[in-house]
Design a protein around this ligand. Structure first.
Ligand code: ATP
Length: 436
């Protein structure tokens, strides 16, 4: 992990938040390359879930919602983690993660193992961030930063269904920030207090929910493969009766094998009609669906797919990172799928003379006009320029050389196979487009 963290900082993927003030714990800022990577993950998700389908609509609900929403959803009373605090060293842990934790004091041992450790009993800690709506800071104006986007989809279920004229089964997809005051955030951007979610709620007729659950689990695993994640690094973990959330009938985590072990990347949950029935009860508004075909009335069940966009970006970084030797030299490569790569192509003039830089900047302009994110580099040896792009994950490097002046052709070098092909200057944009 240290290598990934250091690459992310060195190349401008991710920076510690407020670094010049000593950092804000477990909040991370996405730099020029990171913001592109995260956006590409989000776009790939939106494209598969919304643009590529007839039966899913997009929504962007507010982060702040009516406080009763979180009473109805069960978050005010139940969105808690068990907190253990050592009265001696003041360190805090999630009681259900205690087996992987260590004491803050040296020598570092399991919490409770030093003679004077005083752990006490776990107490429940609510993970929602509270703030105040309006100018008065009093109990009546308490609101929460949403801990998930899902509730925005439930309260808008009928708005979306009626305006888009969808019929059940159909889904609502949202991309947006969520906030959780995690007790033990960590492992870089794996668990943070502010994060972006990609969640989809699929409304189905009760009785068809198990079938849809299986369908969505398969779809989501296929999507991770599609964005280039190695299948052998993914597995499924079905929740046992003690792990299931209060709203869930069934839940399966799609897990990835991180350097720190197998951990959840995405959750697929059968949330039954729990959320809609609670909102109906708490708001006093009917959320019943009336089937236009037969007039049948029912509260739909919901199959949810819930993924963290930053976590998916971390998986892409971890999965793509490799060190290898090429021609007797070490190189670090980020083997991101071209779709996710922040920079798609880099243009190099072989020399800073003979008019080569002018041809190269002309090509760069063509790539920019085609809205293909591209980079230009004329500093240092060609080998060093390749290395810089390899570790940024750039799939193609284009070199303008002496032959370009004679026949208007350039070489395009593939990041992974290192193969070089000659392509006409006029065809570079279409060559890259085809491969994206
Ligand atoms: P955990 O049990 O690990 O706290 P969870 O099961 O509560 O997580 P969900 O509520 O199912 O997580 O959230 C859906 C997805 O959102 C997760 O699979 C993960 O990718 C992402 N996610 C959840 N919490 C965080 C976080 N603190 N930081 C980054 N991503 C997160």
């Amino acid at each position: 992990m240290e290598k990934i963290v250091s690459l992310c900082k060195r190349r401008g993927f991710v920076f510690q938040s407020s670094e010049i003030y000593g950092g804000a714990a477990s909040v991370w800022d996405y730099g020029p390359l990171g913001v592109e990577l995260r956006k590409n993950v989000a776009d790939a998700w939106w494209s598969a879930m919304v643009h590529g389908r007839d039966d899913i609509e997009g929504l962007d609900a507010g982060i702040l919602m009516h406080p009763r929403v979180w009473e109805a959803s069960g978050h005010v009373s139940g969105f808690t983690d068990p907190l253990l605090e050592c009265k001696t060293c003041k360190k805090r842990w999630r009681a259900d993660h205690i087996e992987q934790a260590s004491c803050a004091r040296k020598p570092s041992v399991a919490p409770g193992a030093h003679g004077d450790c005083d752990l006490g009993e776990p107490r429940l800690f609510n993970l929602m961030f509270k703030t105040f709506m309006g100018p008065v800071e009093e109990d009546a104006s308490v609101v929460y930063l949403r801990p998930e986007t899902a509730q925005g989809s439930y309260v808008n279920f009928l708005n979306v269904q009626q305006t888009s004229r969808q019929r059940v089964p159909f889904g609502i997809a949202q991309l947006g920030k969520a906030f959780r005051n995690e007790i033990t955030p960590g492992n870089f951007i794996f668990r943070t207090r502010e994060f972006e979610q990609a969640e989809m709620q699929f409304f189905v007729k009760p009785g068809s929910d198990d079938e849809w659950f299986d369908y969505w689990l398969d779809q989501r695993i296929a999507w991770h493969h599609e964005i280039g994640i190695r299948p052998e690094k993914l597995r499924q973990h079905a929740h046992g009766p003690n792990e299931l959330a209060h709203y869930a009938k069934t839940a399966v985590d799609i897990e990835y094998e991180f350097p720190f072990g197998w951990q959840e990347l995405e959750g697929v949950h059968n949330r039954t009609d729990f959320d809609l029935s609670r909102h109906q009860e708490f708001s006093g508004k009917r959320l019943i669906y009336i089937d236009p075909a037969g007039g049948e009335r029912y509260l739909p069940y919901v199959v949810e797919t819930a993924m963290g966009v930053g976590r998916s970006a971390l998986v892409a970084l971890v999965d793509g990172y490799r060190e290898e030797e090429v021609g007797g030299q070490q190189r670090v490569v980020l083997g991101l799928s071209p779709r996710l790569a922040p920079i798609k192509a880099a243009v190099f003039p072989l020399m800073k003379k003979l008019g080569l830089p002018e041809i190269a900047t002309g090509l760069l302009g063509d790539l920019r006009r085609a809205r293909i994110p591209a980079d230009y580099d004329q500093a240092g040896s060609i080998g060093r320029r390749y290395r810089r792009q390899d570790e940024a994950g750039t799939p193609w490097c284009i070199t303008i050389d002496g032959q370009t002046r004679d026949d208007d052709s350039v070489t395009i070098r593939d990041r992974d196979t290192l193969e070089q092909v000659r392509v006409g200057l006029d065809h570079v944009v279409s060559w890259i487009r085809e491969r994206l």
